[in-house]
Design a protein around this ligand. Structure first.
Ligand SMILES: O=C(O)c1cc(=O)[nH]c(=O)n1[C@@H]1O[C@H](COP(=O)(O)O)[C@@H](O)[C@H]1O
Length: 321
């Protein structure tokens, strides 16, 4: 919908104090970020009309981080005002429950996104939002919300959120930079975008700060996350290795299994067993969740090299299909 394919993976938290400083930052960062997130202080300072001005001038999607948290009737009024002001998405707290979130969704309609806040990034967020974060995410997915917020300060929790909502819902992660999270870790854990404020707008050169953050996660991620030994057979002097591919590759491998099965490549194993392939003297077992087992490998180094080369081949072949 409104968030296009990521370029920088950055949503700029434009928490600058006033119009003049906001425009100063935006003039530099307009093509270095994917969207703008506005919070209460700036909107209270400059008024809702400033949203339209930003949209017109920079033509970037705008998320209104009003963290809506009221009864349905009030939420309805807040979203209407935001919509009329030109906002593309709103953020709403998960704890207000399904009826209040549905009210937000109704007013938002098809042209506006709704992000559900699951867990706040500050230490207190662990006290009251963490225990319910998974439920908030499940509810957001069930209600068909556009996305969820997750804590960029805790990549392990982003991973849980990604497993909870599945591959299609957008995850936006805040707490990157000034609060200690890194964009790369958040993206690797499953976030689509990082929300970044002070590390950009307080930098001497906000544009360069944004570009360098974008570069930090632009490199092709390594295809292999981990390789470990499952068995060593002294008679054949060969290893069986478990390979855990990087998250993106696991998604590609799932498609690859479907591709092999539809063309009768390799041996399809029963229901959740995945597929068995022969590559020279080696046997590769790809499980349905994307994890792999390599058999008949003469050294761990050889297995790592084989896994890397083979997964890179699959990544490029599947991307070209
Ligand atoms: O919903 C948010 O955006 C949000 C949730 C959260 O748990 N933590 C958090 O920092 N935020 C917002 O994300 C932005 C982070 O700004 P910086 O810490 O300056 O990068 C601010 O606008 C916060 O209000």
């Amino acid at each position: 919908m409104f968030l296009k394919s990521p370029k920088s993976r950055i949503i700029l938290a434009l928490d600058t104090p006033d119009r003049e400083q906001s425009l100063h930052v935006m003039d530099q960062c307009r093509d270095a970020v994917d969207a703008i997130k506005l919070n209460y202080p700036l909107v209270l300072q400059e008024g809702l009309s400033f949203i339209g001005e930003l949209k017109k001038k920079y033509d970037l999607p705008i998320i209104a981080d009003f963290k809506i948290a009221d009864v349905p009737v009030t939420n309805n009024r807040i979203v209407r005002l935001a919509k009329n002001a030109g906002v593309d998405a709103v953020m709403v707290h998960g704890f207000i429950g399904p009826d209040a979130i549905m009210e937000v969704k109704e007013v938002a309609g098809d042209d506006m996104g709704v992000f559900v806040v699951t867990e706040l990034t500050h230490p207190g967020g662990l006290e009251f939002t963490r225990p319910h974060a998974k439920q908030f995410a499940e509810m957001a997915a069930y209600l068909g919300c556009y996305g969820i917020q997750a804590p960029g300060t805790r990549p392990e929790q982003i991973r849980v959120m990604r497993e909870t909502v599945g591959p299609d819902m957008k995850i936006i992660a805040c707490g990157i930079g000034a609060q200690g999270g890194t964009l790369q870790a958040a993206i690797e854990a499953g976030a689509d975008f990082g929300i970044i404020g002070r590390s950009i707008y307080e930098a001497d050169d906000p544009r360069e700060a944004a570009m360098s953050l974008a570069r930090s996660c632009a490199e092709e991620p390594d295809v292999v996350k981990d390789v470990s030994v499952v068995r060593y057979c002294s008679e054949t002097e060969s290893y069986t290795l478990r390979v855990e591919p990087a998250r993106e590759i696991r998604e590609i491998l799932k498609r690859f299994i479907g591709y092999c099965q539809s063309r009768r490549i390799g041996l399809t194993l029963h229901h959740d067993g995945g597929i068995l392939l022969r590559k020279g003297k080696n046997i590769i077992h790809i499980y349905n969740d994307g994890r792999c087992l390599l058999s008949n490998i003469s050294s761990v180094a050889e297995g790592e090299e084989l896994a890397r080369r083979w997964l890179e081949e699959i990544r490029s072949d599947m991307n070209n299909l």
